[in-house]
Design a binder for this molecule. Structure first.
Ligand code: CU
Length: 301
């Protein structure tokens, strides 16, 4: 899929915001892409249950005529097994045709209700049955939300989710306090920028290793990093959009990467940034509270 197609594929509400943002920023994006976004947005606005503008996504198992079917997993942490599910179309049959977004036909995100135990994985589709599956083992008991982020062929992108119960003792972890620096495997990842309710904001992450700027970030899922933002409290899913053209395989990035995203409401957000160096994917996590809207004065919370 070409760049414009990929951008359009991010779909639904954010497309509107991004179309505006890019137009204001001086149009790095072809006019045709903006028109497509606007047409998609207009189409969504008429569909009941479809979110538009900055509304939260990912809180429902059904949207736009598609349903995330039951998610089968190992029932406890005791033994490994398989995680599997199907996306069902309006007629109840499993969906088999997908458009690629962020390099994959479907992104699976699993996170415990307290925001811990985040996982981002890519199951495999059995094209005969329409069933997605991958080997799975739970490390910890609790209530999980499992998200499927995908785009049906010829239809808008969707994020559907279900809760999954994993039996056993559950010791919730407090998400707070605000955390803008993550240490992972010798990497120091620092988050700059604010989330402001209802506004598209740029967030920049800066990578250092042993005190030196990292300049050998490898492309991962069509960018130099993949950011998932979830609203603390209900785990609403925010789409984050990487700035810049899609890197080719031999490109290297860093030390900074910028994303645009939009917080639907004031509050706390949990950010999970996957990045790849030396062929290994790592996840940096952040906790961010929204800033006040700057209206006339430059005061932040
Ligand atoms: Cu993914």
């Amino acid at each position: 899929m070409n760049a414009a197609g990929r951008l359009a594929a991010f779909g639904t509400g954010l497309a509107v915001a991004f179309a505006g943002a890019y137009a204001a920023a001086g149009a790095i994006v072809p006019e045709s892409a903006v028109t497509t976004w606007q047409q998609q947005a207009a189409a969504h606005a008429d569909m009941p249950g479809m979110d538009h503008d900055s509304g939260p996504t990912g809180l429902s198992l059904g949207q736009g005529g598609y349903t995330l079917g039951p998610v089968r997993t190992p029932p406890t942490t005791a033994a490994p097994g398989e995680l599997s599910f199907a996306i069902l179309g309006a007629d109840g049959t499993p969906l088999r045709d997908y458009d690629t977004t962020h390099d994959r036909d479907l992104h699976l995100i699993a996170v415990r209700s307290d925001g811990a135990q985040f996982r981002h994985a890519h199951p495999r589709l059995d094209r005969q049955t329409g069933v997605w599956s991958l080997p799975w083992r739970w490390d910890s008991a609790g209530t999980y939300r499992v998200f499927a982020d995908f785009q049906p062929a010829e239809a808008p992108a969707l994020t559907l989710s279900r809760t999954v119960q994993v039996a056993g003792d559950f010791n919730p972890i407090e998400a707070g306090p605000v955390r803008r620096t993550a240490e992972v495997d010798g990497f120091t990842v620092t988050l700059r920028g604010d989330l402001t309710p209802g506004a598209t904001e740029e967030l920049t992450v800066e990578f250092a290793r042993d005190g030196r700027p990292v300049t050998d970030l490898q492309p991962y899922l069509g960018a130099f990093g993949h950011l998932v933002a979830l609203r603390d409290g209900d785990l609403a899913f925010l789409h984050a959009h990487p700035d810049g053209a899609e890197p080719t395989a031999d490109h290297r990035g860093g030390p900074t990467v910028t994303f645009a995203t939009q917080a639907p409401t004031a509050g706390r957000y949990l950010l999970y940034l996957d990045f790849q160096v030396d062929d290994q994917v790592r996840t940096a996590t952040f906790v961010v509270d929204t800033a006040h809207r700057h209206v006339g004065e430059d005061e932040h919370s």
